[in-house]
Design a protein around this ligand. Structure first.
Ligand code: SAM
Length: 248
């Protein structure tokens, strides 16, 4: 097992620093993430007002230059950010919450940096999917993170059908208003498997509903739950790995 190392100084020179930010609890921002935010020359973020609010909450001065980088301008904005990196700027990328690039903008810029030989530093931190996996109590040894469930019924049905024989625990992000349709589609494609719904993770009203796809559908049928949600579904029963403790 590797030992933790003493805090290393941030690498010198131009680089893209990707910083994960809290998904609810401000206390989850690490000292390293805070230092990276404080040291940004150029900040690329989804919603400039929201990120300014984060800086204020942390008592940090806003960076000299803040640029919008979101799902609707990602393709156009990424080359401009690459140019700033080539000019020697220290660019920090954040999303509204959690880890940039994971069901959030970021991939294009990371890909361009890789192609251009620009160093990338990732400051790890909050990410809703693994938290939901741990809260679920379902097998953790192998899992598939599917991102957002498609909104259109046909695409949603295919999204689950292609996992029908999956030997991995499935994780997906969903808006609570669409959960009923999503649970119905999952039930239809996968059968009634153990599942859980993690809600409002790291926030005051954090909770996790445990059951099966059918019992979860029944539990939310009256009123959709509030807040943000991650659905976790057990693997196909014959492919389900044994709990660690039962192995020889
Ligand atoms: N990049 C983020 C991350 O690292 O988790 C995900 C951003 S994605 C736009 C937003 C989705 O993530 C939500 O619809 C929900 O499915 C999930 N999510 C984010 N924060 C959450 C929270 N506090 N509790 C439960 N789910 C959350």
């Amino acid at each position: 097992m590797s030992e933790p190392e003493p805090e290393a100084a941030a690498p010198a020179g131009p680089r893209l620093t990707v910083v994960a930010t809290p998904i609810g609890n401000l206390g989850d921002l690490s000292p390293r993430a805070r230092a990276a935010l404080a040291g940004a020359e150029v900040l690329a973020c989804e919603d400039t007002r929201r990120t300014r609010g984060l800086y204020e909450a942390l008592g940090l001065a806003a960076p000299g230059r803040t640029l919008a980088y979101h799902e609707f301008n990602e393709a156009q904005a990424a080359p401009g950010l690459l140019k700033l990196l080539r000019e020697g700027r220290r660019v920090v990328l954040v999303s509204d919450a959690g880890t940039p690039g994971l069901s959030d903008p970021g991939y294009r810029l990371l890909n361009l940096c890789r192609g251009a030989g620009i160093p990338v530093e990732v400051v790890p931190g909050p990410h809703a999917a693994p938290l939901a996996l741990l809260m679920s109590g379902l097998p953790t040894s192998s899992y598939t993170f599917k991102g957002f469930v498609p909104r259109k019924p046909g695409a949603r049905a295919r999204f689950f059908a292609e996992e029908a024989a999956s030997r991995h625990t499935l994780l997906c992000y969903e808006n609570p208003l669409r959960l009923a349709a999503t649970l119905a589609a999952a039930l239809e494609a996968l059968g009634d498997r153990p599942a859980s719904l993690a809600l409002e993770l790291t926030k005051l009203h954090e909770r996790c509903l445990h059951g099966t796809l059918a019992t979860l559908a029944a539990a939310i049928s009256g009123e959709p739950p509030r807040g943000e949600a991650v659905l976790v579904i057990a693997p196909e029963p014959r492919g389900r790995p044994e709990p660690e403790g039962l192995r020889a």
